[in-house]
Design a protein around this ligand. Structure first.
Ligand SMILES: [Fe+2]
Length: 363
């Protein structure tokens, strides 16, 4: 038995917001726009949304203070705005941070949750969530998870519930055209890790594998050229793959790479995609032994000869090393071990194994 759930209505392609008719009219007379400080204004996404809202006669109020790896304090402040303004929906525009923040803000507009209940639920239905991604990586526009920084737990932590699947995702590759090379690489590797981890997760299903293979195929074509100038057509492929990979992890969850990577982001400031990228080769080495058939299929889909070539590509895209002290390794391992990401990993994960992988990042 397996389940498949993907309730988000996806509009994909250039100008998809302008071409969405009156679909936004069903979510009330006022919307809360949630963005980071700058990028949604520069890449045209905010304008595309407000043009559509204005045309439909829907009022909007802007909260543009979402930081990278958003904090509980920020989402609470934004929810206060949403409640005071009596908005009918939350439109989250940006990369993973504004989209994840938007999901939690929508929950907090309809639920009174302390800092513990925020992560555990139970939840009443949130305000409807509309997601507009402006990077190709997180896949948050089609997932039921939001990741926040939780200082109480000393790491990044997830809010997860089918209730926070966005109602609508407007996925327009145009918004990613100006994304810097570094962010393009980091986010593409995040998307790749979603597809690969989902494919190798103990929670993978025949239906999630369909999307995972397709996502890998679209990412594999461009993997070696991510550090070069990218055409619109390539940006379109990356965004399509990223959304497919999001659909995958909405079914399967993520595994050891994400479980370990959160510590590198929280404590060492590595971007999410970069943290995943530097852990990727060690993970694939484990998977070659644990799940040889599927790993061989991954090499084929990515058009690489095997672990050695894949490791070379990752090192080229993610240069540098992470030098951790034994105390840091001890702490990160303690934080990683209880996560569901570890439980979904297709091999036995022991504290010694996790420590050994963290140590290997130095080399
Ligand atoms: Fe991720």
């Amino acid at each position: 038995m397996f389940q498949y759930e993907m309730p988000t209505k996806v509009y994909f392609g250039k100008d998809c917001i302008a071409q969405s008719g009156d679909v936004l009219a069903q979510f009330g007379r006022k919307a809360l726009l949630v963005t980071g400080r700058h990028s949604a204004k520069i890449n045209g996404a905010q304008q595309a949304v407000t043009d559509k809202l204005d045309a439909l006669g829907i009022e909007w109020v802007l909260f543009d203070e979402v930081e990278s790896n958003p904090s509980i304090e920020t989402v609470r402040r934004a929810a206060e705005v949403g409640r005071n303004e009596q908005v009918g929906c939350v439109i989250a525009i940006g990369g993973g941070s504004p989209m994840d923040a938007g999901k939690v803000i929508a929950l907090l507009c309809t639920n009174d949750l302390d800092d513990t209940a925020l992560f555990t639920g139970p939840y009443c239905p949130p305000l409807p969530i509309i997601a507009v991604p402006t990077t190709s990586g997180t896949g948050s526009e089609v997932t039921k998870v939001a990741v926040l920084t939780n200082p109480h737990a000393g790491t990044k932590q997830s809010v997860g519930s089918p209730l926070i699947f966005p109602k609508i995702a407007f996925v327009d590759p145009t918004f990613t055209v100006g994304v810097s090379r570094r962010v393009t690489i980091d986010t593409a590797i995040d998307a790749l890790s979603h597809a690969v981890e989902g494919y190798l997760s103990t929670g993978s299903t025949p239906m999630s594998d369909v999307w995972a293979e397709e996502a890998m195929r679209f990412l594999g074509i461009h993997l070696d050229a991510l550090d070069q100038e990218l055409s619109y057509a390539v940006r379109e492929d990356l965004m399509y793959a990223s959304t497919l990979a999001g659909i995958v992890i909405a079914q399967t969850g993520t595994t050891l790479i994400h479980g370990m990577g959160y510590q590198l982001t929280y404590y060492k400031g590595l971007s999410h995609g970069r943290a995943n990228g530097i852990l990727f080769p060690a993970y694939m080495k484990l998977m070659e032994e644990a799940v040889p058939d599927k790993t061989a299929k991954i090499w084929e889909l990515l058009d690489v000869s095997g672990l050695e070539e894949f490791t070379e590509i990752m090192k080229k895209l993610m240069p540098g090393t992470v030098d951790l002290t034994e105390e840091e390794i001890e702490l990160y391992t303690k934080l990683t071990m209880p996560t569901s990401a570890v439980k979904r990993t297709s091999c036995e994960v022991t504290p010694d194994l996790v420590k050994q992988i963290y140590r290997s990042l130095k080399a």
